[in-house]
Design a protein around this ligand. Structure first.
Ligand SMILES: Nc1nc2c(c(=O)[nH]1)N[C@H]1C(S)=C(S)[C@@H](COP(=O)(O)OP(=O)(O)OC[C@H]3O[C@@H](n4cnc5c(=O)[nH]c(N)nc54)[C@H](O)[C@@H]3O)O[C@H]1N2
Ligand SMILES: Nc1nc2c(c(=O)[nH]1)N[C@H]1C(S)=C(S)[C@@H](COP(=O)(O)OP(=O)(O)OC[C@H]3O[C@@H](n4cnc5c(=O)[nH]c(N)nc54)[C@H](O)[C@@H]3O)O[C@H]1N2
Ligand SMILES: [Mo]
Length: 759
């Protein structure tokens, strides 16, 4: 599985984006062939009548001159879908699954778009073409033969439209299960859990306009230069008008240091990027809870010295509860513990607290650097505690901003893709469709892996995504998938999950976002929701990659018709006219989606609203809640390092576009580990040496090994290490997951590093 590994170069401190971004994206347009088609698609992305960028969930600006803003990684996401390369039945005739398993993620997805429904032939170890009728009948027959509907798993990745997601959960619940694991379980589940309890809604409270009014923006555990490039424009504009950008990140991420807007590449040549972070704190991996406690402690001490001048007392009194217990907990935390656990000094935290204190409006943004930790929920609640101290929720230029990943991951949750659905959603479903949906909780991602492994689940259906590669414990999870009676993947590209077939297995190729979706009543549009609760339409215009593709909606309807008894739900009507789906979404969620069809006609879509944004708190106590959390010390045995697994600049999750990570200065390989020079020296290693990684997970006491890496000396705190996912997912135990949210601990893997065996 390893890529060839020439020794990588060390990072170069040029501003992010700029000319390099233009060169890199043009290369992707050309490499994916079909240059005209690619360019035409790029002009339609994120236009009001075009399709939603499949890149990330960052919203579109309202300012029309900025709509369709250029984004290097958006270009990669689009050209990867609109590529002219094809994976045809002929391709599968040439390659056995065994042979394909020897190829890298990069190679697999670079073969092009899937063109035909395929069924696995175990004897030949090959996928062979199958008709849609046969494929759907096989799914229906297998599902109906189960003793219990809870033996089936319905996984969702976050690209699925609202319409397809709504029908997919309807299918699962009508069939009788809440087994709806999704990529959120590995992503922002910790944010949802934390925010729901604390402010009554599991979504961010800011809108894009707030970025124009904030005096300080805290960016905690997030790498927007690579993963949300359009957010850098917001940060740049804020920095240019004098707002403070305060970053907490173990790595010095070039995109957060300085940035040149790709519209002005010449500025890079002249060396004039905008400095982004005014304050950069290289916190230890997992040290944020301690750092945030330190910030709050400073603020409480400042308030004690200058009563009434620091905290927003009227807000705290009118809108919150739990302040005294929280303040007592913070007061009890001692500075030596805070400094040791955060890796930051008391003075550094004082400097950050001063920025916070003197800002009228503060936005706190975060992503996977906070969510994929053991105490992620507590840490995120500490971010919100910090915001509440000065009333930084529900006023302009302020709020909580969990920056979501997949382009419709937030919409999928709104549509009921949730293994622990809110009872109100199920009540809505019942009144819209007249059946009793199951009320018990279903399996999340970790639960799904265990259920396949112990045989209590035997049918896996994946609506997009790459379950085998995105989840932890790769070897274990791949074996678990292969124990299933049937695995089904609705996909656009070939990936590792297809190569872990159950006894029976199907690959069902679907339309992508950029493609025209024409049904019996004519062209259809779908809708999506971004990270800031804006819902808008997405309309593809390219001809489909193959005449045999079906839309995700049509595939779900087909599975439903083959599986469920005739009668209560008219699936054919949904497939024929997607407006009928939206009517049912409105019937299920009338408070959010009244006048759905009219509202999506609005340029830029419509705002779903967020009670916390208006200071209405739908929590257990009816208030925003200060929640006290002790610092949990991290104690690793001597010689162990904390490894975080991150994304390179040339990947989209498990989709590897290319083998470079331009900003971090790595070229031609992904098999690298970023280490502090002192940690290299302590092991007798040099920059560029071949190394092996061994993880030691306390949860199961096992040691797992990954080989074939190179050491890269990097600007990272001692004791910390970074490597790319998914190559390192085999090091993560399925039993290591966050308290309460059960998110796998992809950012805190205890490892030892040794010189490569035999090398
Ligand atoms: N081009 C591109 N865009 C994407 C994606 C992609 O793969 N490629 N993926 C999409 C998805 S699904 C998601 S969820 C988002 C992910 O967006 P990010 O969360 O930005 O992605 P990661 O690469 O996981 O980066 C995590 C960042 O957190 C830092 N970090 C790690 N551990 C800690 C810690 O303990 N404390 C702090 N303070 N920082 C820490 C890392 O150094 C890194 O900078 O991006 C989305 N957008
Ligand atoms: N170690 C480690 N593991 C992680 C993470 C980490 O930071 N570190 N991050 C986690 C996070 S945040 C996430 S969100 C998950 C991601 O987990 P997933 O969402 O499961 O994985 P992706 O790699 O995004 O899925 C890629 C596949 O989606 C399919 N696809 C692309 N577009 C479409 C479409 O329009 N329709 C359909 N049906 N299929 C499509 C293609 O076949 C492609 O192969 O990974 C998680 N895993
Ligand atoms: Mo994600």
């Amino acid at each position: 599985m390893s890529d060839p590994t020439p020794a990588p170069k060390t990072p170069h401190p040029t501003p992010a984006a700029g000319m390099g971004a233009l060169v890199s994206s043009l290369k992707h347009v050309v490499q994916n062939r079909g240059v005209v088609r690619n360019l035409r698609s790029l002009f339609r992305v994120n236009q009001p009548d075009g399709f939603d960028c499949p890149g990330c969930a960052w919203p579109e600006p309202k300012d029309t001159s900025r709509v369709g803003e250029y984004c290097e990684n958006g270009v990669k996401a689009v050209t990867f879908e609109t590529t002219a390369k094809r994976v045809t039945p002929d391709f599968f005739a040439r390659h056995t699954v065994g042979w394909l398993r020897g190829q890298t993620h990069h190679w697999l997805e670079n073969q092009g778009r899937l063109t035909h429904p395929m069924r696995y032939n175990r004897v030949a170890d090959r996928y062979e073409p199958v008709s849609w009728e046969e494929a759907l009948a096989l799914i229906g027959m297998t599902l109906r033969a189960l003793d219990d509907p809870n033996q089936a798993l319905f996984y969702t990745s976050g690209r699925t439209s609202n319409e397809a997601a709504f029908l997919y959960q309807l299918l699962a619940r009508r069939f009788g299960t809440n087994n709806l694991p999704d990529c959120s379980n590995m992503c922002h589940e910790s944010s949802g859990t934390a925010l729901t309890e604390q402010i009554g809604v599991g979504k961010g409270t800011v809108t894009l306009e707030d970025f124009d009014h904030a005096d300080a923006i805290f960016v905690i555990g997030q790498n927007p230069g690579t993963n949300h490039p359009r957010m850098l424009s917001e940060l740049q504009r804020a920095a240019e008008r004098g707002a403070k950008i305060v970053t907490f990140n173990p790595l010095r991420e070039p995109g957060l240091v300085s940035f040149t807007h790709p519209k002005h590449p010449l500025r890079t040549l002249l060396g004039r990027g905008t400095a982004i972070s005014t304050h950069y704190y290289q916190v230890l991996i997992g040290g944020d809870l301690a750092a945030l406690t330190g910030l709050c402690k400073h603020l409480l001490e400042m308030e004690a010295a200058d009563s009434g001048k620091v905290l927003d007392r009227p807000f705290i009194d009118a809108h919150t509860d739990g302040f005294d217990a929280f303040a007592a907990q913070v007061a009890a935390a001692d500075w030596p513990t805070i400094e040791r656990e955060s890796g930051l000094t008391r003075d550094q935290l004082l400097e950050a607290a001063e920025v916070y204190r003197t800002a009228k409006g503060v936005i706190a943004c975060w992503a996977m650097g906070l969510t994929q930790h053991k105490h992620a929920v507590a840490t995120i609640q500490m971010v919100v505690n910090l915001l509440l101290l000065r009333g930084n929720v529900g006023k302009p230029g302020a709020g909580a901003c969990p920056v979501r990943g997949h382009s419709n991951v937030q919409g999928d949750r709104t549509m009921g893709i949730n293994e622990r659905p809110p009872q109100a959603f199920l009540d809505g479903l019942k009144s819209a469709f007249g059946f009793d949906p199951p009320r018990h909780h279903g399996h999340d991602v970790v639960g799904a892996i265990n259920a396949m492994a112990d045989g209590s689940a035997s049918v896996f259906i994946g609506m997009g995504g790459n379950f085998a590669a995105a989840t932890p414990d790769t070897e274990f999870t791949e074996a678990a998938l292969q124990k299933c009676a049937l695995t089904v993947h609705v996909s656009t590209k070939l990936n590792r999950s297809h190569l872990c077939p159950g006894r029976d297995a199907l690959i069902l190729p679907c339309l992508g976002r950029s493609e025209r979706d024409v049904q019996a009543t004519g062209p259809q549009r779908v809708t999506v929701e971004d990270s800031m609760s804006m819902v808008h339409a997405s309309v593809g215009s390219n001809p489909p990659a193959s005449e045999h593709l079906l839309s995700e909606v049509a595939i779900v309807c087909g599975i439903a018709e083959a599986t469920l008894p005739d009668g209560d739900i008219d699936w054919a009507e949904f497939r024929t006219d997607y407006r009928r789906i939206r009517e049912k979404i409105t019937a299920t969620l009338p408070h959010l989606f009244a006048d759905y069809e009219t509202k999506v006609d609005h340029r830029g879509g419509f705002y779903l609203g967020n009670p916390a944004h208006d200071r209405t708190w739908k929590t257990a106590t009816g208030k925003a809640r200060f929640l006290a959390h002790p610092i949990h010390p991290h104690v690793l045995p001597p010689g162990q390092l904390r490894l975080m697994t991150v994304r390179s600049h040339d990947q989209y999750n498990t989709t590897v576009y290319d083998l470079h990570d331009r900003y971090r200065g790595v070229h031609g390989t992904r098999m690298v580990v970023f280490l502090h020079p002192a940690d290299l020296a302590a092991r007798g290693l040099n920059d560029g040496d071949a190394i092996d990684l061994h993880s030691h997970t306390p949860e199961d006491g096992l040691t797992r090994t990954a080989r074939g890496f190179r050491a890269v000396a990097y600007d990272i705190p001692p004791g910390c290490a970074a490597a790319y996912f998914p190559e390192t997912n085999g090091l993560v135990s399925k039993d290591s997951f966050a308290h309460r949210s059960r998110t796998p601990l992809s950012k805190f893997i205890p490892i030892t590093v040794t010189p490569a065996a035999g090398g």
